[in-house]
Design a protein around this ligand. Sequence first.
Ligand SMILES: [Zn+2]
Length: 181
Amino acid sequence: MMEFHYELDRDNRIVDVDEAWCAFAAENDCESLTRDKVLGLPLAPFLAGWNVMELYAAVFDRVRARQIAVTIPFRCDSPNGRRYMELEIAPRPEGRLHLTGHLVRSVAHPRIPLLDLKQRRNSQWRIICSICRRLKMPEGRWLEIEEALDDPYAIPAEGLPCLSHDVCPTCVAMMRGLAAP
Ligand SMILES: [Zn+2]
């Protein structure tokens, strides 16, 4: 059962992580991370996508203000399957937060090389939602990756595109709802 823990100070700087968090972050970043390297760093660079930190920060502020834990569902798919996860954000004294990520369930599917960060990429870019992992298609549609693979836009004939992160409108609405007063 995958579960990781980390703690933030009032400025969303990382003040504690466990081994599982380091392994989880490295898996999503292709970079080896140790506890010593990340303590004191802001969380923002570890969240993929330009507006993702803003959405999380609003939820964090609500947890601090209300002193009530909030749970964010998210996906962290591997090339071999969907991984449905949850991030619980719990208040601690002095504006600190304790965050627990855990696997809720996983569903295997045939291997999807697009999700394998070690695969060679071409110079094209496709956008994936950093929370629900759906792929942004032309005309602003967001499709589950397994459905998108039937469309040549998802995997151009030239090979695998690079993936960039954003947040889809559904997840923006969910995060804003969790942050609402
Ligand atoms: Zn989404």
